[in-house]
Structure formats: structure tokens, C-alpha cells
Write a protein that binds this ligand. Structure first.
Ligand code: FAD
Length: 299
């Protein structure tokens, strides 16, 4: 990953997911073509469902991003349900595809299915990758609003430090809608001497179905300004989309202005939304190149 330091300006990157329908598979090529035009610093490819099929899903798409679009690709690798020989094979496949950047994850645990015993937590995976393939660039996930399984904020940060000490070069956050929560989290990282760049995960909410799913499943705090949008434009798709994009643009403008290391946009495979947000914020990213992060004058 092109982990620019703050003096080189913040990175701007996208997350996509492998489609699981034929229509989606055809659409993703168009989507990626449109994203290519935005020259992101990298594109990350998620991995869900049956992880043993990663070769036909995540790796295939990451291969396309890296070798057809010539954009650095990051493959997500959740390992709780994989064993060491399986991960070693996946690393070989990634290497063969020329994709040597990984977001190392434990992954969610299904209470009805026992995980395998090799990777209890993401740091076990980070260590394993660094041992088998030291030249791979490994990043990790982090949770400004604390991972739902954590005992508390302190233990979450302690384990995060363990994960970065194992070899993560950068971290990407779970989505959040209140930037203050992100800035507080960054501060906790610095106090704990977690000194790797933290990329802010931003998800534009552009439709009602997505909003309802988010409210049901996400632990993210929803500020009043945000829920007002959902309430007001619930039955007006165009207005909800515009307001959702405006909210994300506002979040990104604040993050970039206050010196974030990078913004990782959860695109939901929607190139049009990504393009609108990119166009509305690109001058800010450009303005921050070769500029030191701002000093806080008024606390
Ligand atoms: P870990 O870092 O292992 O942390 C999990 C929990 O265990 C935390 O509560 C942590 O505090 C605790 N913990 C960590 N280490 C220890 C230890 N040594 N001892 C005791 N407790 C410990 N999921 C997917 O399935 N596919 C994806 O593509 C995907 N992409 C993601 C991308 C991002 C940017 C993020 C933020 C999440 C993503 N996820 C994805 C979700 C992720 O898999 C889940 O949140 C999962 O529950 C935790 O994975 P992790 O790697 O963060 O776990």
C-alpha cells in the first residue's frame, strides 16, 4: 500500500466486494473501469462467505485490479475458519497473481460453527504472513467505537498494539459517522504508541435499504444530523442519496483538513457515488500534498 506520510498528503482509496451474481459480475467490470479513472492509491477487495473459495472471488478480483487496471490491490483475508496450510496456499496464489498486500483479519465468528484453531485473532495471522512471506505488506482493521466483543476500550487498544507490533503497517477503521469519535480514537492510538497510519473508513449512505441494514447491524453511533437525513428523506430516494453523499463529503472534508492519514471509501460497488465524492473533495487532497498536518491552535 502506498502509505503516504501526512507530509505526502492523505491517501484516497476504495473498498469493493466480489459480486455473487452474474449481473453483478458483469457490472463490476464497468464499475472498476470508472474507479480506475479516479486513480485511487489502492483498491481493497473484501472476502465474505466461504473463505476456501477466495481464489475465485477475492483473489480473482484483486488480480484484475492489479494487473488489468494497474492499481495497487489489497486482498482482505479473514482467517478464523482457515488453517495454516490453507493460508499458506492462499499466500502462494496471491503471490502468483502479483498481489502482495493483505488486510489481515480474524473475521466474524458464527456462534453455530466452531472456528479452526490456527488463527484465534488477527495478530496470529499477521505473524504467520510475516513469517511465510516477509515481503508482503500487511494491514489490519480497527474500531474507533470499540470492537463489539471487546471487554473495554483499554483492552481493545492493547490488542491493537499487539497487532501492529506483529507487523501491520497501517490500520483501516470500521465505518463511523461522527468524526470526533475518530479523532479521539487516533489520540488513544498515539497515547498507546501505535504509530502506524490510521485510514478512516467512510461509508456514504445512499439508499433506504442500506440505511435500515446499517441501523440494525452497526454499532456506529448515529449523530442527530445523520438520523435527521434518514427520517426526512426516507421516502425520497434522490434526496436521500444527495443528502447521504453530502454527509460523506462533509466528513471527508473535515478529516482531510484535520490531517487524516487517508480516507478509505466503502463504495458498495457504486462508482457513480465514488466519483461524485471524489470530485467534491479532490482539491482538498491535492492541497494537503507536501503540507505538514495542521497544528491545533484552539483546543
Ligand atoms: P481481531 O483484531 O482479532 O479482534 C477481534 C476481537 O478480539 C476484538 O474484540 C479484539 O479486541 C480482541 N482481541 C484481539 N487480539 C486478542 C488477543 N490476543 N486476546 C484476546 N482478545 C483479542 N470481515 C470479513 O469477513 N470480510 C472482510 O472482507 C472484512 N473486511 C473488513 C474491513 C475493515 C476495514 C474492517 C474494520 C472490518 C472488516 N471485516 C471483514 C470485519 C471483521 O472481520 C470483524 O469485525 C471481526 O469480528 C474482527 O476481525 P479483526 O481482524 O478486527 O479481529
Amino acid at each position: 500500500m502506498n502509505s503516504k506520510s501526512s507530509s505526502a498528503g492523505p491517501t484516497f482509496s476504495f473498498e469493493i466486494f466480489p459480486p455473487n451474481t452474474q449481473v453483478g459480475a458483469e457490472k463490476i467490470i464497468t464499475t472498476l473501469g470508472a474507479l480506475q479513472g479516479l486513480s485511487p492509491d489502492f483498491i481493497s477487495v473484501t472476502c465474505s462467505g466461504d473463505k476456501t473459495k477466495i481464489e475465485q472471488t477475492t483473489i480473482k478480483l484483486a488480480d484484475y485490479v492489479a494487473n488489468q487496471l494497474h492499481i495497487p490491490a489489497v486482498a482482505h483475508l479473514p482467517a478464523a475458519y482457515l488453517d495454516k496450510p490453507q493460508v499458506a496456499r492462499i499466500l502462494q496464489k496471491l503471490e502468483a497473481a502479483g498481489v502482495t498486500r493483505i488486510l489481515a483479519l480474524r473475521g466474524d465468528i458464527d456462534p453455530a460453527v466452531a472456528p479452526k484453531n490456527d488463527f484465534h485473532y488477527a495478530d496470529d495471522l499477521v505473524r504467520f504472513i510475516k513469517k511465510c512471506a516477509p515481503h508482503f505488506e500487511v494491514s489490519g482493521a480497527c474500531y474507533p467505537e470499540v470492537h463489539p466483543e471487546s471487554f473495554n476500550q483499554l483492552s481493545d487498544i492493547r490488542f491493537l498494539k499487539q497487532k501492529t507490533a506483529a507487523g501491520c503497517k497501517h490500520l483501516t477503521t470500521q465505518l463511523f459517522f461522527d468524526n470526533e469519535i475518530f479523532f479521539d480514537f487516533e489520540e488513544r492510538c498515539r497515547l498507546a504508541e501505535i504509530n502506524v497510519p490510521v485510514l478512516a473508513g467512510v461509508m456514504p449512505i445512499t439508499n433506504r435499504k442500506q440505511a435500515l441494514r446499517l441501523i440494525k447491524t452497526s454499532a456506529a453511533k448515529l449523530p442527530r444530523k445523520f438520523t435527521a437525513i434518514l427520517d426526512r428523506y426516507e421516502h425520497d430516494p434522490a434526496a436521500l442519496r444527495d443528502a447521504g453523499i453530502a454527509y460523506a463529503v462533509d466528513q471527508i472534508a473535515d478529516l482531510v483538513t484535520q490531517g487524516v492519514a487517508g480516507v478509505h471509501l466503502y463504495t458498495m460497488n457504486n462508482a457513480e457515488t465514488a466519483r461524485t465524492i471524489f470530485n467534491a473533495t479532490r482539491s482538498l487532497f491535492r492541497a494537503c500534498q507536501n503540507e505538514p498536518a495542521p497544528q491545533v491552535l484552539f483546543a
